[in-house]
Design a protein around this ligand. Sequence first.
Ligand SMILES: *[C@@H]1O[C@H](CO)[C@@H](O)[C@H](O)[C@H]1NC(C)=O
Ligand SMILES: *[C@@H]1O[C@H](CO)[C@@H](O)[C@H](O)[C@H]1NC(C)=O
Ligand SMILES: *[C@@H]1O[C@H](CO)[C@@H](O)[C@H](O)[C@H]1NC(C)=O
Ligand SMILES: CC(=O)N[C@H]1CO[C@H](CO)[C@@H](O)[C@@H]1O
Length: 603
Amino acid sequence: MMGILRRRSTVFYRYILRAVLLIFAFYVLLGRVDPSREGPFALSRPWRRMFGSTGHPIDRLIKAAEKEFASKMAKETHTLPDAAAAYRKRRGRHPPPGFDQWYTFAMEKGGIIVEDFWDQIYHDLEPFWGLDPANIRKDAREFEMRIHIRDGKASTDSDWFWTLKWLDMIQTIEHLLPDLDLALNPMDEPRVVASWEDIDGYMREAAKTRTIGKAKNVVSNFGRLPPIQHEPPESPVTWERDRHFWPIIRRGCAPNSPARQAAVITDFDQIPAIANPFSLAHMQDGYVANYTLSTNFCHQPDLQALEGIFVEPISTAATKSLIPLFGGSKLAVNNDILLPAAMYWQGEDRFIGAEGASIPWNAKQSMALWRGVATGGRNRPTNWRSFQRHRFVAMNNASLLSDTSQPPPNFAPPSPHYQLPDRLPDWLSANTSIGFTEMMCLYPPAKEEEGGPGRGGCNYTEPFFRVVPGVPMADQFHYKYLPDIDGNSFSGRYLGFLQSTSLPIKATLWREWHDSRLVAWKHFVPMDNRFGDWYGILAYFLGTNGTPGRDDVAEKIAMDGREWAAKVLRKEDMQIYVLRLLLEYARVVDERREVMGWVGDLL
Ligand SMILES: *[C@@H]1O[C@H](CO)[C@@H](O)[C@H](O)[C@H]1NC(C)=O
Ligand SMILES: *[C@@H]1O[C@H](CO)[C@@H](O)[C@H](O)[C@H]1NC(C)=O
Ligand SMILES: *[C@@H]1O[C@H](CO)[C@@H](O)[C@H](O)[C@H]1NC(C)=O
Ligand SMILES: CC(=O)N[C@H]1CO[C@H](CO)[C@@H](O)[C@@H]1O
């Protein structure tokens, strides 16, 4: 009796198991063939329903961002010994000499101390631990544009406006600085591109120096430098000046990376190929899930034909040598050392628009606005299709989108992956205002009276773009949604956007000083550099086809970003950052660097 029962129940369970498997397979398959959902990369809807993970992918990304931000903030320290302990834990060394003064300065300036906020400094400086300090000092001393610090006074021989802004910034902390020579990049474009193999070697050497030695052996003062050399010998560094930047920059990627493996594209006189599979590594269900990774091009070789910087920058002067060059922004693999950009320190209203920054959310237009110049590099008749701003503006032009008789000039047609408005072109015209204010044409545009496009126009892009009236920064904040698209390098208006009550929607390849203190989907909305998610992002916030928009969510991110910018992106925060950076830099160029540190809390 017992045996029969047992056998029966076994059979019964087998049936159940089979049925469950069948239903499971059915759901998965159904999901697969349902093209109206979020596409092949998303978990299908029935699957989600089964496991309770419903909702829009953006809702999940926002939830994850809240968590990430909370775990970052849980690391905040409130005393000098705790800050020093957090330093040793994260960096594997003693803090640099002067760390106590840095901490006092940060406290006086109301800084928030989370060690992760200075990650960029360590990313930038660590490879230099693999070089001979005397060589680093020599490279800095012989560079054409420098700021010097001697006896607590900062000065320069240069009159370049960026250098003067940076000098102004450094002078506010000069009394806390040791002797230094700082080489500064006068160009828009970053310049140091050591090969991945070289950096790997330097990092191995650097790792050998990473120790936390006995406190009693630690030297806590900086060395002195010889007097300023006003006319140094010419730098022996050789500069590569090739117009095409991709073949140069990709050497910073790992040898087995798609960027190093993929064929180099040289013909840009066609509609560029947009290969979404490359974005899978940083996207989830169609939206950017790993923002930092999204700004790295090493796994995204299709970007070589989608970004002006790779196609033809305004200027190129790059070097393979790891020299200590300070600048305001760089690509993921560049080895330049980041300072807060000069225009951020200057706070020029053209970039900040302070007057409009506090306009209440409800007083704004529920629209996306973008105005800008057709920068990105040198656009020509044979390459403009590959420029990011041209791509973005074109895909927001209802007339280009609705003309189905010919392929769009330079972007991938809207993907069914996203829930798009039924009549996308109409919806875009009603909900966006996006256009160029100047085409940066290489050829003198034909005169208006001769039937040409006139001022700011360009005859080879004339069929696709016309220049529209500009909108001053302060007035841009009358709009809720502000996409931010890279120009020749980083976009200088980003800080102003973050500080405002509008919502920045950010696509970029550029790294900046503040990156590790901002959390995507918490303080701003990230966008893929192909812009394939643009319509989906807008549709989520604005609503479409009877689905209400998430205006409340947009407002929250805008306000969280604004509040956070007022705490960690102030000029004071730039000073705190630069002071930490220069103390670290002064140590890494010192002969005694391996025994130098601050150990006041351990003695
Ligand atoms: C983002 O990607 C990088 C590189 O693959 C990885 O190290 C990092 O952990 C990822 N971050 C998150 C939040 O998943
Ligand atoms: C644009 O203008 C330049 C200079 O006048 C001329 O050489 C070129 O052929 C024109 N291109 C087009 C597409 O009209
Ligand atoms: C939109 O595209 C049309 C061509 O379809 C072009 O004539 C027009 O200038 C474009 N508008 C803007 C604002 O660039
Ligand atoms: C939020 C908003 O203004 N949405 C508008 C977007 O465009 C459509 C037209 O296609 C309007 O009906 C919406 O009101």
